[in-house]
Ligand binder design. Sequence first.
Ligand SMILES: [Zn+2]
Length: 129
Amino acid sequence: MDFFDKLGKKASETYKYTSEKTSKLAREAKLKMQMNEHKSQIEDLYEEIGKKMYEHHVNDKALDIDIDAVLEEYCIQIDELCDRIEDERKELLTLKDKKQCPNCFCEIELDYKYCPNCGDEQKENEEEV
Ligand SMILES: [Zn+2]
């Protein structure tokens, strides 16, 4: 390989690195947006639950509504949203090349052996289990 080939290769590697970094940032921004969206959907559901409970209180037993079943449906939706937020949060951590301390849940560098926040020892490859 002569000098100019090497130069060309290096330039394209730099370009590749930059565009990967840019798409990472874009993905990160999108994930954050999705998380916020899902969080606000959960807030809406909480509000709905509150409303349903109050309506039930006002109408009391006049309306034969199974309030537990109604609430259960809302709770299932919240569970699903929480799962999605959890997945998004994990993907976000991976994107940032960070891991989460299993003890205090703060974000730390992948290669840290001990958590700088709580001092907890970090077991290897815990994320992959
Ligand atoms: Zn910690």
